[in-house]
Design a protein around this ligand. Structure first.
Ligand code: TMP
Length: 223
């Protein structure tokens, strides 16, 4: 199979994923065939599942249901977005993927991490990113930032169902991300997301350019 490159950006709430993904996309798009997406990747089915997942009135959703719904949405994302982009040799840049389920549903909710991995292996047919940028941030600071962003976007107060979880939940999520980064240091690179945007961007670019160089991606001239 002709293989593109798959890069994901992950992290706890308020770590700056969207900002950094957009800056990276702008940096790469003139030279590479980049597809920029975030789960559920604009799939109609995934969007409906996401609405179920993030609805603040769904207080009774069981952790297992939550995990399976994220995996279901991901299966659709892989079928409609990830698979085709990689087969076409594109550079796919996505906010969030399997690692989010390990961190949030495994470590955060306390589900068996092995089970979360197995379900997601099935959902993704084993397609994993070539590089994952983990933007790390102290959850207390991250949640404060996320709530400010929610306020600016006209969703004042609390954010979505997951953002509304307790600080201790988000502390476990962050610890989960760091634990999986420790297990897979070659794929998952930890970047301190609490620093100024430009500083974080420079480090993200250095990591991505390193991968592109190692895989022989030269890119077309932007002129
Ligand atoms: P977002 O931060 O990408 O907008 O994701 C929305 C929320 O869903 C966020 O709180 C993280 C959470 N989430 C999970 O709990 N598990 C997952 O697998 C994914 C993709 C997101």
């Amino acid at each position: 199979m002709t293989r593109g490159l798959f890069i994901t950006i992950e992290g706890p709430e308020g770590a700056g994923k969207t900002t950094q993904a957009r800056l990276l996309y702008e940096h790469l798009r003139s030279r590479y065939p980049v597809v920029y997406t975030r789960e559920p990747g604009g799939t109609a089915i995934g969007e409906r599942i996401r609405a179920l997942l993030l609805d603040v009135s769904h207080t009774g959703m069981s952790p297992l249901t939550e995990m399976l719904l994220f995996a279901a949405s991901r299966a659709q994302f892989v079928a409609e977005v990830v698979g085709p982009a990689l087969r076409e040799g594109r550079l796919l840049l996505s906010e969030r993927y399997v690692d989010a389920s390990i961190a949030y549903q495994g470590f955060g909710r306390g589900l068996d991490v092995g089970q979360v991995r197995r379900v997601n292996e099935g959902a993704t047919r084993g397609v994993m990113p070539d590089l994952t940028i983990l933007l790390d941030i102290d959850p207390a600071l991250g949640l404060q930032r996320a709530r400010q962003t929610a306020g600016k976007e006209g969703r004042p107060g609390h954010g979505d169902r997951l953002e509304q979880e307790s600080l201790s939940f988000h502390v476990r999520v962050r610890a989960g991300f760091l634990a999986i980064a420790h297990e897979e240091p070659d794929r998952i690179r930890v970047v301190d997301g609490s620093r100024a945007q430009g500083v974080v961007h420079d480090e993200v670019v250095r990591l991505v350019e390193g991968l592109l160089g190692a895989r022989g991606w030269r890119g077309s001239d932007s002129s």
